[in-house]
Write a protein of this length. Structure first.
Length: 160
């Protein structure tokens, strides 16, 4: 916990939050709705390499849901919570990339699928599958990002 409170770690979290929010808002037409692929959700794979990504992903999602065309307060709270759960799960299962990758797909599929289903009177199962499919695409991009970052000396950016 102590290493997450250094100036460097807080700055890294802030950069990740800004990236998440900016990507989501920039790609708003595909980032919101029952058929969505939030490219920014690729960043949910970053906790495999750095726990500093967890608060950054949560704050970035809160910002994206506050500033974008979300489904209201329910989406802001529970959509952001889904990303937080996904990021924590990714960190917890970081030793197994497939379990880590499943966390965002399952978390967002179920929680965001339920939110959209309730807010827009959509069939839950279909909506959850649609959200999970878009999430799976983003997570695949995230796995490529992680593979590329594993080749970089991250220790100079991280407090380890």
């Amino acid at each position: 916990m102590k290493k997450l409170l250094t100036t460097r770690s807080i700055c890294l979290s802030a950069v990740i939050a800004a990236l998440y929010a900016a990507l989501t808002l920039l790609l708003a037409p595909i980032s919101y709705g029952d058929w969505q692929c939030r490219v920014s959700e690729a960043l949910t794979m970053l906790p495999m390499l750095m726990p500093q990504a967890i608060p950054g992903l949560f704050v970035g999602c809160v910002l994206a849901n506050l500033l974008g065309p979300s489904a209201g307060i329910t989406d802001i709270v529970f959509g952001s919570l889904a990303t937080l759960i996904a990021a924590v799960g990714t960190w917890y299962f970081r030793k197994n990339k497939w379990l880590a990758a499943a966390c965002p797909v399952v978390s967002n599929g179920i929680i965001v699928g339920l939110v959209l289903s309730v807010c827009f009177n959509l069939p839950f199962f279909l909506t959850a599958l649609q959200v999970a499919a878009g999430e799976a695409l983003a997570v695949m991009v995230g796995l490529i990002l992680v593979k590329a970052l594993q080749k970089v000396d991250l220790d100079r950016f991280l407090d380890r």
